[in-house]
Design a protein. Sequence first.
Length: 225
Amino acid sequence: MRPAALIFDVDGTLAETEEAHRRAFNETFSEAGLDWHWSRETYADLLRTTGGKERMRVWRAAMGDGPTDDEIPALHRSKTARYGDILASGGLALRPGVAELVATACARGQRLAVATTTNTPNVEALCQACWTQPADRVFDVIAAGDEVAAKKPAPDVYLLALERLGLRPADAVALEDSRNGVLSARAAGLPVIVTPSAYTAGDDFTGAQAVIPDLTPDNLPTALR
Ligand code: XBP
Ligand code: MG
């Protein structure tokens, strides 16, 4: 049976966004006069901590010094603005199959939602960059990291998406790219399909219903085709 709704993770699932995030973090640090720089290798480790503000706090603990808890929100707002500018400058593409799946599901009357660790302006920036449409024209429901008490791997953001959809977990399916995403969706009771991304290829996806290279029709489970 077809699920009534598809709930998409954003970073790594809709598009390979993490290099744009990393660039935004590094440019923000540099502009603020911080001698912080996250290499790809460092960032791969840091991605285990979901959420940019949380990631900065983990890095401060590793460095032994840095911005205070009071300063981090403003630093993160600068990062969000910079990320928006990076996406608006072009060059970001949806991952293979995403545009088609979204269009097909919408035409079939399935509801479309987002459950993400990132914040609402970043979902907006991605939808404008990749669909040239506002996020609420692409998705019926958006549930974002700063709206919930606990980010992934906690179930909160998926539970919020389900509540806004007015659906039970068995009526929807989550599409994810990371272990933290799988844990979050499973904790909310959702079946999960995984498309590993550049930074998550080595993750443990135990609990996923299927792990597929991308969301093109040939790879999709029958119920999503
Ligand atoms: C991705 C993340 C996010 C982004 C940064 O998780 O962990 O924190 O890297 O976003 P998901 P913010 O794929 O579950 O969205 O800086 O806005 O927190
Ligand atoms: Mg992700």
